[in-house]
Design a protein around this ligand. Structure first.
Ligand code: APR
Length: 169
């Protein structure tokens, strides 16, 4: 059974065990999906994030979901695209792998990712989609505790990029 699904929608509405936030290193909120998740979760999310003390690019930290349908939020920080000259591809792969490792550690069975780094951080969406699908597939080959991974795309261009990355496998 296919454990990865690409959907068009709003990640804050997903009824999964955990949603992943494309945060920044401060973990103190921002715009884009970060802003949407904090808005939907309510102010307690920021309070918990303040206690974490930040997150390095490529790493992942977990909090509760508060007012979100999801029980947890896994915050990860994607790389800012600088023409692929600063290890951005590996750092983006780390975001997916570290988020999935953390999810498995917390017995999370269903998880939703946004398109990390392809908004404000300008990572080309076709390249990001291939990295995301490759990394998620690799993780799922070695781990059967996670039953569903959703990639929640917010617009049509992103949706098409992830759909074709998934088809290529
Ligand atoms: N649900 C799903 N995806 C969303 C949502 C949402 N509610 N809102 C935005 N997105 C999509 C964007 O359309 C884009 O495809 O998330 C993807 C990632 O874009 P950004 O949110 O800009 O994230 P990123 O490119 O990783 O930049 C992170 O932006 O918001 C700040 O604090 C954040 O500094 C950090 C930076």
């Amino acid at each position: 059974m296919q454990r990865i699904k690409v959907v068009l929608g709003d990640i804050t509405k997903q009824k999964v065990d955990a949603i992943v936030n494309a945060a920044n290193q401060t973990l103190l909120g921002g715009g884009g999906v970060d802003g949407a998740i904090h808005k939907a979760a309510g102010p307690e999310l920021l309070e918990e994030c303040k206690k974490i003390g930040g997150c390095r690019t490529g790493e992942a930290k977990i909090t509760k979901g508060y007012k979100l349908p999801a029980k947890h939020v896994i915050h990860t920080v994607g790389p800012v695209w600088t023409r692929g000259e600063n290890n951005e591809e590996n750092l983006l792969a780390n975001c997916y792998n570290n988020s999935l490792e953390l999810a498995a550690k917390h017995k999370i069975r269903s998880i939703a990712f946004p398109s990390i780094s392809t908004g404000a951080y300008r990572f080309p969406v076709e390249r990001a989609a291939k990295i995301a699908v490759k990394e998620i597939n690799k993780f799922l080959e070695g781990n059967d505790s996670i039953e569903l991974v959703l990639i929640v795309c917010f617009d049509d261009k992103t949706f098409k990029a992830y759909q074709s990355a998934l088809k290529e496998g």
